[in-house]
Design a binder for this molecule. Structure first.
Ligand code: SF4
Length: 340
């Protein structure tokens, strides 16, 4: 009898709220997806879509926010019900996070060696000397030149790319089963970005970790992820295997994001025009489909009816009324041939 392997991470109906001077706002509204063992799942969307808030909610690192509903199951245990001590055992040990900007995540007062050693000794019974040796090994693995000498460097003495390599070394120190990388290359130039992404891919294979990669870049998704989850205005609007979603998007927003990926034939003005308008503010979500004010395919019903997430063949889903109307295939095809 076939057995199904439960996912490593399972996010169910997640809602995250923040209190603001103008009242409570919901930044994430009913998000759900899974990450399997050794799988890479990319969460993609524009700024303000809720993707980083969701990643932070996994480890309960919400600064000023709270999970108001839903579950975050890690290997079957709901992380939302754990106390601080239990969470500390998981953070940095079973699940590690790589943040956007290493300059603000690394402590400027301590050498990078100290910061790697601290992480190791927090979770492993290991003496200082052995931890330092492991730190050298880790810096070597992340491609740091002259790793033994670099142990005593402070973050400000390193380049942006080197600081991100240190963050990766800290994240990998305890061989986590899941790496959460939140826009890990945003602060880097294009050449270093490619090197860091390649490094992450290699080390993920070597460490047999799963990865949840948060990005706004469809190019990064195409190169990195097994599956993609597309966020818009605090909701999942499409998800599925990366190759299928990129070849044949089932939501107009995904299609628009793909149209915005630069090619040698498109000029910058064309790209910027690909998705008119911007993500609606949290306090002023449109009625009906949250994308209707920007959607080239919107019709009357889109402003009134909130679309459910329709399950589609091939392990895919899309939140668009077209899928309930029976005209999705035809309409999305004709829109893509018109370049919408
Ligand atoms: Fe566009 Fe309507 Fe589909 Fe929303 S429901 S994505 S507005 S077609």
């Amino acid at each position: 009898m076939p057995t199904t392997v439960p996912p490593l991470l399972q996010i169910e109906d997640l809602h995250v709220e923040f209190d603001t001077p103008d009242g409570t706002v919901e930044a994430v509204s009913g998000v759900g997806f899974t990450v399997g063992a050794q799988e890479t799942v990319a969460v993609v969307g524009e700024s303000g879509s809720g993707k980083t808030v969701t990643a932070l909610a996994v480890l309960q690192l919400l600064d000023g926010g709270r999970i108001s509903r839903g579950r975050v199951l890690w290997d079957g245990t709901d992380l939302t019900g754990l106390d601080r001590r239990a969470l500390r055992r998981i953070r940095g040990n079973e699940i590690a996070m790589i943040f956007q900007d290493p300059m603000t995540s690394l402590d400027p007062l301590y050498s990078v060696g100290h910061q790697i050693v601290e992480g190791l000794r927090l979770h492993r019974r290991i003496d200082k000397r052995a931890a330092r040796e492991r730190a050298v090994e880790l810096l070597e693995q992340v491609g740091m030149p002259d790793p033994r000498r670099r142990l005593d460097s402070y973050p400000h003495q390193l380049s942006g790319g080197q600081r991100q390599r240190v963050m990766i070394a800290i994240a990998l120190a305890c061989s986590p089963r899941l790496l959460i990388a939140d826009e890990p290359t945003t602060a880097l130039d294009v050449t270093i970005e490619a090197q860091i992404l390649e490094l992450l891919r290699e080390l993920q294979v070597e460490y047999r970790s799963a990865m949840l990669l948060v990005t706004h870049d469809m190019g990064v998704v195409a190169e990195t992820a097994d599956r993609v989850v597309v966020f818009y205005a605090g909701q999942v609007v499409e998800q599925g295997p990366t190759a299928d979603v990129l070849r044949d998007p089932q939501h107009p927003y995904t299609a628009a994001l793909l149209a915005a990926v630069p090619t040698p034939e498109t000029d910058r003005a064309e790209r910027l025009a690909a998705i008119p308008g911007s993500v609606p503010p949290l306090r002023a979500m449109p009625s009906g489909c949250r994308f209707h004010t920007r959607c080239a395919l919107a019709w009357d019903a889109c402003a009134r009816e909130e679309p459910p997430l329709h399950a589609l063949p091939g392990g895919r889903s899309a939140r668009c009324l077209l899928h309930g109307s029976g005209t999705a295939r035809k309409t999305l095809d004709s829109a893509s041939t018109r370049g919408a």
